[in-house]
Design a binder for this molecule. Structure first.
Ligand code: FBP
Length: 253
């Protein structure tokens, strides 16, 4: 079954991530980006393939305002604040049924690969994956190596491991951080096999060209696109950078 048809264009993907209010708090939501309506407007006018939200914003700003016909939703089903110390764990805080009720086309879940709590996240993810696929929803795995046993979360070995884990778990898309070169990201894409890979945006770069260069590299390595947040909505001109992202993702052979 093609779970990705609603959230891709010609096999490519550009997602606007906005789950940062949970993960980092309002410190990330500078200027107008504190307002979810501002983000939804960028997502729609920018022509994103989907917007990534947590349940509360999905309910109050997406569902209640009838955005279902305007832009697909990827609902994050787990999350954690940045305030908790110790080994990272992000637990499920929303269900697949709720995602369906809110009109989501896909669900997202973060796995901290290498954390002492990894088994709990793998188990939750697996249940979510079964149910989401049974209902025809796409499953996107944020696979972030993290925890005290992870020495370098951007090493070629561990990023490839993250991508492989997404394949082994049955994710349709793996959201992976950049490992530093086209060559190493090629190995990431290869490791993901039939699971597609999108770049995880990262902290806003001072020079937008630096972020765009990374995007070019991952596309050259075989990624299908990006799930980006801060580099777009923290920008002074989110639609301008969106056009550049779009042309890198979609205007290529
Ligand atoms: P950005 O493009 O802003 O990096 O967003 C991608 C994302 O994965 C978000 O979905 C999530 O909230 C955040 O990054 C998590 O970041 P961290 O690396 O701090 O866990």
């Amino acid at each position: 079954m093609d779970y990705l048809s609603k959230i891709t264009t010609n096999g490519r993907a550009m997602y606007l991530a906005y789950d940062h209010g949970v993960e980092h708090g309002p410190v990330d939501l500078v200027g107008k980006s504190i307002d979810p309506e501002y983000i939804l407007d960028i997502a729609i006018r920018g022509g994103y393939n989907a917007v990534v939200l947590q349940e509360g914003i999905a309910e109050k700003y997406y569902y209640e305002a009838g955005y279902q016909d305007k832009i697909p939703l990827i609902l994050k089903l787990n999350g954690k604040s940045s305030l908790v110390g110790g080994e990272p764990i992000s637990r499920q805080i929303c269900s697949v049924d709720e995602a369906i009720r809110l009109g989501a086309a896909g669900v997202g879940y973060t796995i901290y690969l290498g954390s002492e709590h990894e088994p709990e996240m793998l188990k939750e993810f697996s249940k979510i994956e079964d149910k989401a696929h049974e209902k025809g929803l796409a499953v996107i795995a944020w696979v972030y190596p993290r925890g005290k046993s992870v020495k370098d979360d951007k090493s070629p070995e561990i990023t490839a491991y993250a991508a492989r884990m997404a394949l082994e778990l049955g994710a349709d898309i793996a959201k992976i951080k950049y490992c530093g070169s086209v060559e190493c990201f090629r190995r990431v894409v290869e490791s993901a096999g039939k699971t597609k890979v999108v770049l995880s945006g990262g902290v806003k770069t001072e020079n937008p060209d630096d972020f765009l260069e990374v995007l070019k590299n991952v596309m050259e390595a075989g990624a299908i696109g990006v799930a980006v947040g801060r580099n777009v909505w923290q920008s002074g001109d989110p639609l301008e950078i969106t056009q550049k992202i779009k042309s890198i993702i979609f205007n290529r052979e």
